[in-house]
Design a protein around this ligand. Structure first.
Ligand code: RB5
Length: 147
């Protein structure tokens, strides 16, 4: 599999999603953008589901979802088995979500963090590896809750 990151948003996250795609491409990653591509109002669970299923199914290694707050996207994405979606408002949270929680989907709110901080949060998420070790045991316990 190419090192692919998959992106989706609702109408409230169009600009930050575009910024996030740019950040991923600048990092040399393969970016798949599921849209939407107009400003028409859409329902965030539809995009959370598509991105979540793509990550859980192995089509992409990581996903990034953007809505107004990032909250609806995170609630919805976490309904998909195999998804560990993290809502982040700081670079620190994004780094920790990867390093300690092995989060595979990042959820961010364009109306909360804007483009500058939002782009930095995405970069932090994409460049941070999972630390494994004691954290792997805890992640496995979360996975066991899905069975
Ligand atoms: C859309 O207005 C808004 O509700 C949505 O983008 C998101 O913030 C939901 O969590």
């Amino acid at each position: 599999m190419a090192d692919r990151v998959i992106f989706g948003s609702d109408h409230a996250g169009l600009a930050l999603r575009a910024e996030a795609v740019k950040v991923a491409k600048a990092a040399g990653l393969d970016a798949e953008d599921l849209g939407p591509f107009s400003g028409d109002s859409v329902d965030y669970p539809d995009y959370a589901r598509q991105v979540g299923e793509a990550v859980a199914g192995g089509r992409a290694r990581l996903g990034v979802l953007v809505c107004g707050t990032g909250i609806g996207m995170s609630i919805a994405a976490n309904k998909v088995k195999g998804v560990r979606a993290a809502h982040a408002t700081t670079e620190f949270e994004a780094r920790m979500a990867r390093a300690h929680n092995d989060a595979n989907v990042l959820c961010i709110g364009e109306r909360v963090v804007g483009l500058g901080l939002g782009g930095a949060i995405v970069k932090a998420f994409l460049e941070t590896p999972f630390e494994g070790g004691r954290h792997a045991r805890r992640v496995e316990k979360m996975t066991a809750m899905e069975r």
